[in-house]
Design a protein around this ligand. Sequence first.
Ligand code: GTR
Length: 451
Amino acid sequence: MKTTVMPDSRKFSVPGWNAKRAGEGFPSGIMILTALLLLFCAGTGLAQQGVNYDESKVPAYTLPDPLVMANGQRVTSARMWMEKRRPELLKFFETYEYGFSPSRPKGMTFQVVSVDKNALGGKATRKEVLIHFSGKKDGPKMRLLVYLPNDAPKPAPMFLGLNFGGNQTVASDPGITINKGWMRYGWGIVNHHSTEDSRGVNACRWQLQKILARGYGLATAYYGDIEPDFDGGIRESVRALYLRPGQSEPAADGWGAIGAWAWGLSRAMDYLETDKDVDAHRVAVMGHSRLGKTALWAGAQDRRFALVISNDSGEGGAALSRRWMGETVKAINTSFPWWFCRNFRKYNNDVNALPVDQHELLALIAPRPVYMATAAGDLWADPRGMFLAGRAADPVFRLLGTDGLGASKMPGIGQPVMTTIGFHLRCGPHNVTAYDWEQFLNFADKHMKAQ
Ligand code: GTR
């Protein structure tokens, strides 16, 4: 983790620039030191707490069976899954990992601030919508950017995802309002605030033209509108709205930042349900990395999402926590203590005691399709651990009448699997690429387009 303490003492790290990621230019001195440290740790039994990238060193582990209730009863029908086991597992994830989130705020309002039917040279209709969480215009709000294809039938199926750098970074469209909030990192940022130079800097991560050409719309919002991503960001977060007088942080099982971001996705969905140009029954929720974890948690809780896509989501996302590979529960809770609920930290040194593992998060999405994109140069996120989570979730997807994960062995690079649990491994590092989007669109065409 590349962590720099900024003058304002906010912890700062660059997604995709993680010094612990394999193959991303470690200085050799540090590498030697790390290797020596690992050797030392292995000898002292502390190895579990370090970083492992060696498949042959992954110790044996036993996953909880998603089809066995906590009281030992076996789940024998789809109905029993939906009525008994699914709620039980959801509660476990809320209690021990992501924390409980509040429901839709009563006073929330939507304000459509602009509509341009001739955006992107006439290819799209662009809307900007303010979602006032508390209903108050000076209260916390999220600015949702919506593109709809002009040359495709409406209501349109959609991709919805949070972005890292402000809406203006997803396309070089001068009509997008520049986000004035605090920015963690990125091009075109000066003193943590966006400038004109930030327009379109993340366009290759969104592939808007491709999405529109395939007949889909895109809705996106800046994750920092919901909660800025730093330790203490809760003060400027929607989570602060829900603190009781005298409380400075949520209860041990109260929502963390991932819970808040996922909640924001559900609030965006609340708006999409009101937009007559959008087919709210065909909304795919998508996210990369920490926002890939967020997309999974949003899809697990909110069954209005028809399909879920996680890109390089890793630890606390699609990767099995019990597998000692790349990032660990302890590492993530240490670098990002604000992401999960406080109860999660109890498992830092005993991940096997965690009542759930991430295959059960995938299972909560069943029978809706879920796609996991992984990258061979991203061992920190444990691509194999994500594939194995898919395998372990497969029995639930099959019990619910789907074809589950149609691969028993981890596919090679560039061999996407498009069954209800979808998966691919691509070459290259932690990122979202045109190749990834090509597969997301194929997956959506297969599972969502014809609904
Ligand atoms: C890393 C973190 C990962 C992942 C990533 C990102 O530093 O360890 O869990 O979420 O950030 O969001 O880019």
